[in-house]
Ligand binder design. Structure first.
Ligand code: GLC
Length: 657
């Protein structure tokens, strides 16, 4: 294919020309058609890539050599990409928005807790199919240090599987098996930090300056003190501030999260290039979505919060451009649990809209749903969603969820709260009391996470079922309370299924998994209350989904009914319109979903009492008011008002005009 580079257009910038000439030898190893594909993509995305790398590294002496080396790394990865994935690349280049489809249903679990090993996960494929999953996120599976490892988020090697879970071959086999049944595989890319025993960290600790420059390592407290003036504490329970003293090197290391997680220094283009190589090697296993862990933290600048800095976006955009060139079947999911404006910014903004992370957790919807359950009021939820839901680039999608492996932090916008005459700080304190069961009338059993006595800030741990009242209801042997708890779970789940975007189920929630207290007996987990909602799957409990009338069966049937309806309605996918409606009744949440002829009006009651909504406050087209609730199959009889039972959710289908 050497001839490929001879056809480069005259006006192509010199960086690309040079870079492509340099890699022509690498591409010589590729078949002619493949090489042409690679070159086409370089022409398409190379100019963007160059601009981005120039923004990051243009001032350094090693530029543009560093940028050429980066493209070379992409070419090498492309060369190693298996044929089946190159085929998938071609398909997804043709229909790139596969993740927006209304048939997408996500599930997430820990490999060890759910099925023991990667092989065990493969054996559970029929269960995933029974649920209708098309997206499976396996929590971190790579080698980690002995002892505490932050649930796998301290990665010692991106190329080795944690031996307790299996081997790389098992992962490759699993990726193929999942692809065969239409389930996309999602893995974490923990790229803000490595474990302190990662090869690079070990070399840094041994004194290699090249590797010391991969991290933020300081001789004394001068710089750390200067930075800490403007930093937020992320895990204050574990260590104050953001730095850890390492006596073996007699130096301070930047550790935003745990003391054993070393933040990477992306000011060094070598770090960018090395992490690109790790990322593309994951892509080449057949990963469909990479969950970019802790994105807000990847760039640091003195005098700032070191969160959500413009360069963090530039880095992700550059990674994305490289993925479009070397492995375009892959997309990015952003994990930014920050202010809603910042969360949204990781879809890309301005000329970069849609060119950063294609999908993102929607922490705002999650916290607003729990907020509305606690307060029994929906005005903040309604206001926030009216302003912040349908405002993302058209090729992007929210990932809607009610629980994850992490804590719940009350990340609504103070501005939204103020607009609703709510004091943000006081409201968070109330919600914390409510979900730790300290508020009279609370149904929740949840626990504090990272209480900060200086700011009084804290977050909440607990499973969806325990937070929704099921644990307390079962303890009190109260069938009515059990019924209400199940209704709460299905109400908020049903909203994540239908609001638009992709629903993501934290596996265990579909059978009402309660809090698990065994983590307290293990010294590696006892200090981290998030383990209360990271229980091992109890397959006997899962089996009860088939015993009619059990709690498990009632919740599971509810989930599968909602999933089935989602799969029938294109309006529930990501490319539909969402109209969130204020009906005047502040206990119900209402939105209309529309895609072409498919229209569904969703109404949820956030109280334990019946609620009525006047029909003339609803956005119903035409005068024909015959409505059918898709969830119960019942026809709505009144043409003046709709009555909802406690915590009822309706998906109202409207007659075609
Ligand atoms: C993400 C993970 C969380 C972890 C942190 C540090 O927020 O979801 O579990 O503690 O990153 O990697």
């Amino acid at each position: 294919m050497a001839s490929g580079t001879e056809q480069l257009p005259e006006d192509l910038n010199s960086y690309l020309k040079k870079a492509l000439q340099n890699i022509s030898e690498t591409l010589n190893g590729a078949d002619v058609r493949d090489a042409a594909v690679f070159l086409r993509r370089c022409m398409q995305h190379g100019p963007d890539l160059y601009r981005l790398l120039e923004q990051l590294y243009g001032e350094r002496d090693d530029f543009p050599g560093s940028a050429e080396a980066i493209l070379q790394t992409a070419a090498e990865a492309f060369l190693r990409r298996p044929a089946r994935l190159k085929q998938l690349d071609r398909e997804r280049e043709e229909s790139p928005r596969w993740y927006q489809h209304h048939t997408m249903i996500g599930g997430v679990c820990y490999v060890d807790l759910f099925a023991g090993t990667l092989q065990g996960i493969k054996e559970k494929i029929p269960y995933f199919q029974e649920l209708g999953l098309t997206y499976l996120h396996l929590m971190p599976i790579f080698r980690t240090p002995d002892g505490p490892d932050d649930g796998g988020y301290a990665v010692s090697s991106y190329r080795e599987i944690n031996p307790a879970l299996g081997h790389m071959d098992d992962l490759c086999e699993l990726a193929i098996a999942l692809q065969a049944v239409g389930i996309n595989l999602v893995l974490d890319f923990v790229f803000n930090h490595t474990a302190n025993d990662h090869e690079w960290a070990l070399k840094a600790r041994a004194g290699d300056p090249g590797y010391q420059d991969c991290y933020f390592i300081f001789e004394d407290r001068a710089q750390p003190d200067a930075y800490e003036k403007t930093l937020r504490e992320i895990f204050p329970d574990e260590h104050p501030g953001a730095f850890t003293f390492y006596p073996d090197i007699d130096k301070w290391v930047w550790t935003t999260f745990h003391t054993y997680q070393w933040d990477l220094n992306y000011r060094n283009p070598d770090v960018f290039r090395r992490m690109l190589a790790e990322m593309l090697s994951l892509a080449n296993i057949g990963i469909d979505v990479l969950r970019l862990d802790a994105v807000p933290f990847i760039w640091k600048k003195l005098g700032t919060s070191c969160e959500n800095l413009p360069e963090a976006h530039t880095i992700i955009r550059a990674f994305n451009a490289l993925v479009r060139i070397a492995a375009p079947a892959l997309i990015f999911k952003s994990e930014a649990i920050v202010h809603p404006d910042d969360v949204r910014s990781y879809f890309g903004q301005g000329e970069w809209a849609g060119k950063e992370c294609e999908i993102s957790y929607n922490p705002l919807l999650m916290v607003q749903l729990w907020e509305a359950l606690a307060t029994r009021h929906t005005h903040l939820l309604t206001y926030a969603m009216q302003h912040r839901f349908d405002v993302i680039p058209e090729n992007c999608a929210w990932v809607n969820y009610i629980r994850s492996h992490d804590d719940i932090g009350w990340g609504f916008a103070d501005e939204d709260a103020a607009a609703m005459q709510i004091d943000g700080f006081g409201h968070r304190q109330y919600l914390n009391r409510f979900y730790t069961g300290q508020e009279p009338g609370s149904f929740a059993i949840g626990y504090p996470f990272q209480f900060n006595p200086r700011t009084l800030d804290m977050r909440i741990s607990g499973t969806a079922a325990s937070l929704a009242g099921l644990e307390q209801a079962i303890k009190n042997n109260n069938p009515h309370a059990i019924d209400l708890a199940i209704r709460r779970i299905l109400l908020i789940t049903g909203i994540t299924m239908s609001m638009g975007g992709m629903p993501l189920i934290y596996l265990g929630d579909e059978i009402g998994r309660l809090n698990d207290y065994t983590y307290l007996e293990n010294p590696d987990t006892a200090d981290d209350s998030r383990w209360v909602h990271r229980a091992p799957a109890d397959w006997e409990q899962v089996a009860r989904r088939r015993e009619a009338g059990t709690v498990e069966a009632r919740i599971f049937e509810g989930f599968t009914r909602l999933i089935g309806l989602r799969k029938q309605h294109p309006a529930f996918g990501s490319n539909s319109a969402t109209q969130v409606v204020d009906t005047g009744n502040r206990h119900v949440y209402v939105y209309l979903k529309t895609l072409g002829d498919d229209q569904v009006l969703c109404i949820g009651n956030f109280t334990a009492d019946p609620q009525r909504v006047p029909v003339d406050r609803l956005p119903l087209p035409g005068t024909d008011r015959r409505l059918v609730d898709l969830i119960t199959g019942k026809t709505i009889s009144s043409d003046t008002e709709i009555e909802l039972s406690p915590y009822e959710l309706m998906y109202l289908s409207m007659p075609q005009q």
